[in-house]
Write a protein that binds this ligand. Structure first.
Ligand SMILES: [Zn+2]
Length: 84
């Protein structure tokens, strides 16, 4: 099973389908391109068009696989709340 160790120490396992910590996202422009056209995509094709990210259930970090699972993911950390 594929796994990634989050900076907080949590082991993120993401090989299972469906995966509770994996999210799929798509840009608004790409979504328009594939849904406005006459082409009907099945769920597999739609899934392939998505960018995958993992959300750590412990610290909330996001690990985004911009270039697929073969490349290192980019890390996004939840910022501290802005002072009021
Ligand atoms: Zn974490």
């Amino acid at each position: 099973m594929q796994k990634l160790t989050c900076r907080c120490g949590e082991i993120l396992r993401y090989g299972m389908i469906p995966c509770p910590i994996e999210w799929l996202m798509i840009s608004d422009q790409r979504f328009d391109e594939i849904t406005v056209s006459d082409v009907r995509l099945d769920t597999s094709e739609m899934s392939n068009a998505m960018t995958r990210l993992l959300r750590c259930p412990s610290c909330g970090r996001l690990w985004v696989f911009w270039n697929g699972y073969d490349d290192e993911p980019a890390e996004y950390v939840v910022a501290a709340p802005r002072p009021r």
